[in-house]
Each structure stands twice: as C-alpha cells, then as structure tokens.
Write a protein that binds this ligand. Structure first.
Ligand code: SF4
Length: 431
C-alpha cells in the first residue's frame, strides 16, 4: 500500500511550494558522499527533476521538482548506491551533521557520525518522535553548532586511546531559539549511542507533539531533565568504541590538501555535480564533502601542488576554488519552500553586491522564514525573513530581522522588521 503524503516525510520528502511537486532530501552522514553516489544523485535529479541539487547547511542534498508517481523509483535508485533518505524529514533522527571538514581528525568524526546514523536510521523505535531530532558531531566549540542540536557531540580528547566527547543537549533554533546545555563531559565513545537512546526515551515519554527536546529543558529545567535521562537503564550502558573497522569514507591522508569550491546558495546543476565527482576520482580520494557553509570540499591526493590541483579542479567543475570562500548560507526560501517568505537567492545576490573586502571575511546567513534553517543566529551577520506586511497597494512584502554574533551564545537581533531597502542599507554599513 502506498504511504499517504503526510507519511512521505519519514522518507525525507516534503511537498514543494509549487502544487504537484515534491522535494526529496538525502541524508549524508557528516556531509560525506562517494563520487558514485554523487553521480546517482545527479542522475536522479536529471531524470526525475529539473537537474538541480541543493546542498543544505546540515550537509544533506535536496532534489526538487519531483512528481509523486516517481517517488518510489527514486527511493530505489538511491538505495542502489547505498544512500538513504529515511528519517531525513518528520519526527525522526535526522541526518547526523559535522562541520569539521578541514579538521585533521575529520575521518574519525565522520566514522562516529556514520555509526550514529546507522544505529538510528530506519529503526521504528526512533521514527515516532514528537518532532525532529538533530544530532551533530563537532571537532571543537568554535562554530557553536553544538548549541543548536538536540544532541551535540564535541571531541574532548582521548582516554587510554579512546576518543571522548562532551555531550550537549536540548538546543535548537527556529522560532524559539535556545542554546543547549552540557549534559556530560568527556564521555568515552562507547557510551555515546546509549546516552542518546536515553535522551530519546525521555523525549518521547514526556514531550507532546510537535515539541522539540528544548521544550522539556524549559518545562523541567536542566536538573530534572538530567535526572530523568540518567534514570533511564540504557544510560549507563557502553558499546565497543568501534564495532570493527572505522566507518569513514574520507581518508584524510597525511600530506593531503583541502580544496573547497564555492557553491552560491548551495545550488548545483547535475552536470556540475558529475564534474565534481569526476574531479574527486581523478585528483582526490573519490569522496565529496558537503560543508556546513553549503560548499563542496575535496581532499586532494598528497604529493601534488595544491595550487595546480586546485586550478585543475576549478577548471573541471567550473566552480571557483578559494582558500577562504565566501560563507553565505542561503535556504531555498519562497523559490521552492512552502514556508518561505522571501526570494532568498535573489536577495542574497543583491546583498553580496554590497559586501566589500571586510564583509567577505564575515560569515553570513539568510533564512527564508523564522525556522532559521541556515542558522542565522550562528553567523557573524544573520538575516531572518520574519514576516510579510501588506502595503497600501495591497502587495505583501517581506520584513527582515538582522542578527549580529557576540562573544558567546547565539547572535542577537540588532534590528527588526526591516524592509528590503532598509536591510540593504544596514548591510552596506556592515560590509
Ligand atoms: S528557513 Fe524557512 S523558508 Fe528556509 S528552508 Fe527552512 S523552512 Fe523553508
């Protein structure tokens, strides 16, 4: 029996803004995809969609403009190359993210992300959650992304050769941003999955749909939430740190170089993705990494001259190679998303024209609605499309809140309900 369209979400599918079209999100643990898998995504987009692929700030790939009748075949095509979309939307454990792509120990972070992804994906026990459940693995605290996860894992060194992680919980952005708090410090890797299970058990027992875990932190307070989690029998369990070989696809060989390709708004066409996959096979380790800033990163083979390799990759893919590419995270907004209040890509292109050398060094993020999918509260300059306002001529135009990042925590709103003209003016001053 075919699932109802509301159940499509568990298979990573949302209705698009445009009637009769769907978006398929593909989960990539730590944003890592093999060249063969990337070609499969490009082929699906070409055959069933309009040949576009959106890279998200959580390291997933999204294919838009799909028809309902093609969705089962698309699922089969993804599965043929070992890709899954299960739990990429809906009340499930979402794609496990990692923003440490340039970090020398990235392969180990990816291995953990992959184990966590494998454990929670497709298991019905973790697919009936009150709302989405986000997990991130981070190299350090610097990007503050541990603060926005339901469970944020931050590498905290090693004990007797076993990696240990600080475990942060109950964070989230959206309409009610709330930074996570530290549940456990220096937890050995073998305890990570049992502790996440304990957190999910408490979440499913106590949170009414559609509340996130952060709701319980507000309702109970940190202390009571911690007590409930620690009282779960699974909390004290420990698994072997690694069940067999490490699971990472990225190699991170010593002496290798990172080549990051700038992708405006995370928007690729299928031909570009195929060329990226070709470049990954020819000059890198056959792996493509989707970064948290919606760019593409290749680890080029040791021994080569990075400038020469970077130029070759640039020529092959047609994407600009940059040692410090502009970081401007941009969601699909009302170009495709049903929640979108503004034309994010058009507005971002307009704002980028105002950004001079100073502004280029800052991180930027623009979200098409208060859901804040591009994490504007973690960018140096964050912009949230906050509402639509009807003018005298009856036309509804978007208003924007502007955020600036401080020393700690989330960015604060420094201006609210700006018109587009006022926003451009503010950006001109910042940049
Ligand atoms: S921020 Fe809003 S408009 Fe943008 S992708 Fe998320 S839900 Fe859609």
């Amino acid at each position: 029996m075919a699932p109802s369209s509301t159940n499509f979400r568990l298979d990573g599918i949302y209705k698009q803004r445009q009637d009769g079209f769907y978006m398929q999100r593909v989960k990539l643990a730590a944003g890592v995809i093999s060249s063969a898998q990337a070609r499969a995504v490009a082929a699906i987009s070409e055959r069933f969609g309009r040949g576009t692929i959106h890279l998200t700030s959580r390291g997933s790939m999204e294919i838009h403009w799909l028809r309902e009748e093609d969705l089962p075949q698309i699922k089969r095509e993804l599965a043929k190359t070992g890709l899954t979309s299960r739990g990429a939307c809906g009340g499930a454990v979402r794609g496990v993210t990692c923003s440490g792509h340039g970090f020398p120990g990235f392969p180990h972070l990816e291995s953990l992300a992959r184990r966590v992804h494998r454990h929670f994906t497709g298991n019905p026990r973790f697919e009936q959650l009150p709302k989405k459940f986000k997990i991130g693995v981070e190299a350090d605290l610097s990007g503050r992304r541990h603060l926005i996860q339901d469970v944020g894992l931050v590498l905290a060194g090693q004990e007797s050769g076993v990696p240990c992680y600080d475990v942060w919980i109950a964070g989230g952005l959206g309409r009610e941003p709330q930074p996570g708090f530290l549940l456990e410090a220096g937890l050995p890797e073998g305890r990570i999955i049992p502790v996440i299970e304990a957190v999910i058990a408490v979440y499913t027992t106590h949170a009414p749909p559609p509340k996130r875990l952060k709701f319980l932190a507000r309702q109970f307070g940190e202390q009571k939430l911690r007590q409930l989690i620690e009282a779960e029998p699974v909390f004290a369990e420990s698994f072997p740190a690694e069940s067999g070989f490490p699971e990472n696809l990225s190699t991170g060989e010593s002496g290798s170089h990172q080549v990051e390709l700038a992708v405006f708004a995370g928007e690729l066409v299928s031909e570009q993705l195929i060329r990226i996959a070709d470049a990954a096979d020819t000059w890198a380790d056959g792996i493509v990494q989707v970064t948290a800033n919606q760019n593409v990163l290749l680890t080029v083979t040791p021994g080569g001259d990075v400038a020469v390799l970077g130029k070759r990759v640039e020529d092959t893919t047609g994407l600009k190679w940059d040692t410090a590419p502009q970081a401007f995270r941009i969601c699909p907004g009302c170009h495709e998303c049903s929640m979108g209040l503004s034309e994010t890509r058009t507005i971002a292109a307009m704002l980028l024209e105002q950004v001079g050398d100073t502004g280029k060094k800052l991180t930027w993020a623009l979200s098409g609605c208060p859901n804040s999918c591009t994490q504007p509260q973690l960018a140096d300059v964050g912009i949230v499309s906050s509402s639509l306002v009807k003018g005298d001529n009856g036309e509804r135009t978007p208003r924007f809140d502007l955020y600036r990042l401080g020393e700690i925590g989330f960015g604060n709103a420094v201006a609210r309900s700006l018109t587009l003209e006022q926003l451009v003016d503010e950006v001109r001053h910042i940049a």
